[in-house]
Design a protein around this ligand. Structure first.
Ligand code: IDP
Length: 161
């Protein structure tokens, strides 16, 4: 039974979430973690690091042609970032909902709606789809840095089959 739960946990959807340097400097780490945790998602990886500019360029490689690319990479590498992997049913899509979009267009209640004002300082990153999630998780984390475990609250979050 415990083994089944472990297998289930290992197969659950995962997404990459990063608290950007502005979020860290503004003291928003616990606020942001709380929103994901309270929803019922499970933290399976976390570290704090200052990414190099080259690393930031790898992370944002899809935006290389955009005019704001250099500024964005300089910003991401300007200070500590909290890199995380969150797990749960629908976590990629719903994580984006928790995050919001452009701070000016995001509803109150979302992270960017509540905690950010401009596009270039939007405090948080979240993978935008399953492929990106996979790529970003493997860029930021070694497999052994991710922990598969059963959280006792899961049976209350998902119900029992
Ligand atoms: P997302 O983070 O909401 O998925 P993307 O379009 O993937 O948004 O852009 C990545 C990041 O680039 C954004 O989070 C934001 O920090 C930055 N960015 C996007 N558009 C602009 C812009 O027009 N000016 C400055 N920065 C931008």
């Amino acid at each position: 039974m415990i083994q089944d739960q472990e297998v289930l946990a290992a197969e659950m959807e995962r997404t990459f979430i990063a608290i950007k340097p502005d979020g860290v400097q503004r003291g928003l780490i616990s606020e942001i973690i709380t929103r994901f945790e309270r929803k019922g998602f499970k933290l399976v990886g976390i570290k704090i690091m200052v990414p190099s500019n080259g690393f930031a360029q790898k992370h944002y490689h899809g935006l290389k042609e955009r005019p704001f690319f250099n500024g964005l990479c300089n910003f991401l590498s300007s200070g500590p970032v909290v890199a995380m992997v969150w797990e749960g049913e629908g976590v990629i899509r719903y994580g984006r909902k928790l995050i919001g979009t452009d701070p000016q267009k995001s509803e109150p209640g979302t992270i960017r709606g509540d905690l950010a004002v401009v596009l270039g300082r939007n405090v948080i990153h979240g993978s935008d789809g399953p492929e990106t999630a996979k790529d970003e998780i493997s860029l930021w984390f070694k497999p052994e840095e991710l922990v598969s475990y059963t959280n006792n609250a899961e049976k209350w979050i998902y119900g029992q089959n």
